[in-house]
Ligand binder design. Structure first.
Ligand SMILES: Cc1cc2nc3c(=O)[nH]c(=O)nc-3n(C[C@H](O)[C@H](O)[C@H](O)COP(=O)(O)OP(=O)(O)OC[C@H]3O[C@@H](n4cnc5c(N)ncnc54)[C@H](O)[C@@H]3O)c2cc1C
Length: 310
């Protein structure tokens, strides 16, 4: 089958890998400029140096044997490394979280900066509006639930209702760089009131080694402040971090914020992992069909590929 996949995040690319291994021909379309999705790495220029921030997913764990094998392959490729600061089974992409997604994307035909606006089905197969290609034999939706719902609604109202009922929680992320190391502050601070997570990003393996920090607010705080601007959120989160540490932080040499409207999915315990309609030849995968983690996104993609191949 020629399969058109909307979304080249971890789930879409994992599905593409499973499909290609089974002899199918996937083509992926992603609205982003490059690989990452919610595992994106942000690049900034600071004092003439290029710095990167993991402003989405911070690390990943690998527990399922199939994903453990995938992570071992990435480790051999040099695109992931262990990061003990986050836990004994924590892995990060190197030199940034997007690295394993980039490695997967390199194996496939991915069309970046291509937003799929709608799906059309006729006698020739599925066409992805916005993607300008020949029709496909099958189509896969590998997007966050809220972004999948409008594509599904005209064709699969029941799937669309499931997607629309799933609410992905937001996350405000601040990124700060300091001229000097923050003495006495651990590399990871977790669940500290309005600071859901803070990490010395520059201390992750393979980074440039500058004193760069990623500070993420928990979902309820992010929701409450969702419509504020990055210019107000960045200093607010930094001040809350300083308050938690009980110190006066030095003035950062770089400070910015990013709003993730759709960060953490909340699948029910009996979530199916992936959905496939063999008659209509439409499949759905993504973390929201399994669990809110990188590993689950990968497993969901593989589960869909095996449903499609059976
Ligand atoms: C702030 C934050 C912190 C996180 N922390 C962790 C963590 O520490 N550990 C962990 O395991 N997980 C974490 N996660 C979750 C993890 O990032 C996700 O579970 C995983 O990356 C989801 O992969 P996915 O492929 O399902 O979705 P995505 O990565 O969202 O991929 C979907 C892709 O679809 C594209 N797209 C969207 N709409 C369209 C369209 N209409 N047409 C074409 N393309 C489209 C997007 O550009 C994107 O590339 C975090 C996420 C965020 C945002």
């Amino acid at each position: 089958m020629r399969v058109g996949i909307a979304g080249a995040g971890m789930a879409g690319l994992s599905c593409a890998g499973g499909l290609a291994a089974a002899g199918h021909a996937p083509v992926l379309f992603d609205k982003g400029r490059g690989p990452g999705g919610r595992m994106s790495t942000r690049r900034v220029e600071v004092g003439g140096r290029t710095l990167t921030f993991d402003h989405g997913a911070q690390y990943m764990t690998a527990r399922d044997p199939a994903f453990v094998a995938q992570v071992a392959a990435w480790e051999a490729q040099g695109v992931v490394a262990r990061w003990p600061a986050a836990g004994p089974d924590a892995w990060v992409g190197t030199p940034g979280m997007s690295a394993p997604v980039r490695a997967l994307a390199a194996e496939h035909d991915v069309r970046w900066t291509t937003r799929v606006e709608a799906l059309r089905l006729d006698a020739n197969g599925w066409t992805l509006d916005g993607a300008e290609t020949e029709p496909f034999d099958a189509v896969v939706i590998a997007l966050p639930a809220e972004q999948a719902a409008p594509l599904l609604a005209p064709h699969y109202p029941a799937f669309a209702t499931t997607a629309a009922a799933s609410r992905t929680l937001p996350c405000w992320t601040a990124m700060a760089v300091f001229a000097e190391p923050l003495a006495g502050v651990p590399d990871v601070v977790k669940d500290a009131g309005p600071i859901g997570w803070a990490a010395r990003d520059g201390a992750k393996p393979g980074r440039a080694g500058m004193e760069s920090w990623v500070i993420q607010a928990p979902p309820d705080w992010s929701q409450e402040h969702l419509e504020e601007t990055p210019d107000t959120i960045a200093p607010t989160l930094l001040a809350l971090f300083a308050q938690h540490l009980g110190v006066n932080l030095p003035h950062p040499v770089h400070l910015a914020a990013h709003r993730w409207r759709f960060a953490r999915s909340r699948p029910p315990a009996d979530a199916p992992g992936a959905l496939w309609d063999g008659d209509g030849r439409l499949g759905i995968c993504g973390d929201w069909l399994l669990a809110p983690r990188v590993e689950a996104a990968w497993l969901s993609g593989r589960r869909l590929a095996s449903l499609m191949a059976s």
